[in-house]
Design a protein around this ligand. Sequence first.
Ligand SMILES: Nc1nc2c(ncn2[C@@H]2O[C@H](COP(=O)(O)OP(=O)(O)OP(=O)(O)O)[C@@H](O)[C@H]2O)c(=O)[nH]1
Ligand SMILES: [Zn+2]
Length: 373
Amino acid sequence: MMGTVVAVQANFYQVQLALASLSLPEAQGLTEPFLLCTRRTRLKKIGQKVMVGDRVIVEEPDWTGGRGAIAEVLPRHTELTRPPIANADQILLVFAVAEPDLDPQALSRFLVKAESTGLEVCLGLNKCDLVTPQQLQHWRERLSSWGYQPFFLSVYQGLEFILEHDNEIQKSSISDFTSTINHSLIDQLTDKITVICGPSGVGKSSLINLLIPDIDLRVGAVSGKLGRGRHTTRHVELFELPSKGLLADTPGFNQPLLDCEPQELADYFPEARQRLATGSCQFSDCSHRDEPNCIVRGDWERYSFYLDFLAEAIKRQEALQQQPDAESSFKSKTKSGGKQQDEPKLESKKYRRDSRRFKHQTLQDICEEMEDI
Ligand SMILES: Nc1nc2c(ncn2[C@@H]2O[C@H](COP(=O)(O)OP(=O)(O)OP(=O)(O)O)[C@@H](O)[C@H]2O)c(=O)[nH]1
Ligand SMILES: [Zn+2]
């Protein structure tokens, strides 16, 4: 029997069973498609961890008691360590067009952080009710030049109060709430595991409440048992959308720390990726700053952000190198004459977009913020 781990509490795993398992006659008594499971000793022995998002095989279901045992964890196709989530398909980054003002550099910082996970990145712009259609059009064109097609949202007015006609954005006067669900956003979330993130106050909780109307009940139930609120704990939980698909909520954080290697940074800007896909720089280790014949340097809007973030990443790398037990980004080299010298290890797979799939970095700050709150 197959299922997905939707919550982890100490040594217990809440497993949501796949539909096929629920058609078993024995399962008919089960009121919810969940079993509270333990992990088989064999898995403990081989050190097999179980994470939220893991697809698992459950054995020995006790349908009346709602219990089971996880016998096997299927191979993960992605893995985030902070927050710990397996098999996430995408990140939905939520920002507001106003209140707080949409700051292009703050948005870019979040986008770069999200891109660095290697997951697909979608952008939702909320509070569209606060600005004019012209301002929305402005953002649409601007973000499109960055390489993003955001979902325009207003939780206050239902998800789709905006209809798009002939490339123009108009506010619709549709009042029927239920018929105004933004189907393109829903489609994007269907049958996927999505991690929602974004700064504080942009309306993430409001959006989740709109997408999953009965979530308050479940949040209340789980948080109640743990004696903690959902934003005050390291606890990660997946919530099911009515349209199928799972959402992982993470608390807001203001300025994510960019902890990527300087050499990777260009890969996290769609504009730079696109330039590198159609040509190459003279130097294979080009930092795209002042090297001759650089294909990335140019008059794209966010190039100045690239330079700012690059300076930040280099500074961070230098600080790390000053610590004796810093991450092993150095190799020791014996120079002629026997002198030892440390040299930074060169990144070998620069600019190969494919490699990102296998290198899921962390959304570190999210978790750190979780602990701080
Ligand atoms: N005008 C307007 N306000 C909204 C909209 N959606 C949410 N808000 C308001 O924005 C404020 C923040 O909303 P939350 O849902 O708490 O934001 P959040 O992103 O979850 O914030 P954190 O919990 O701090 O991470 C609240 O006062 C909401 O009522 C919207 O579509 N339009
Ligand atoms: Zn270059």
